[in-house]
Write a protein that binds this ligand. Sequence first.
Ligand code: RB5
Length: 143
Amino acid sequence: MKIAIGNDHAGTTYKETIVTHLEKLGHQVINFGTNTNDSVDYPDFAHLVSKEVSDAKVDLGILLCGTGNGVAITANKYSKVRAGLAWSKEIASIIKQHNNANVLVLPARFIAEVQAIEMVDAYLNAEFEGGRHKRRVDKISSC
Ligand code: RB5
């Protein structure tokens, strides 16, 4: 799979681990940064990943910031992006199964690194269930 990933300074360390993990699994990862712990503005990186997903240049996106909310709010400004914030592997599965999330958002300051990896795996291994969930997802639209 082709996966875009981006983060602010709060997510750099976990991002590096996630990229290594994804590449070991054979995925093609496009890393939009940031790649240091120097303070940056999360929208700058969330926009880069969201645009890539919105333009269908990648299959999925992953975003990290401290709480996950800044990047999620930014990503969900794109009408074709469904960014889901996950803080457990169950939620990481459900955002794909029920919401057909095309961006996984992780709150780097509130989860352990091992959980971040578990959530990435749960999200990638889950499939959208369609049916009543498709009807609901189809009702999501920009205002
Ligand atoms: C950065 O300090 C922090 O505000 C950011 O990582 C994120 O939590 C914003 O939503």
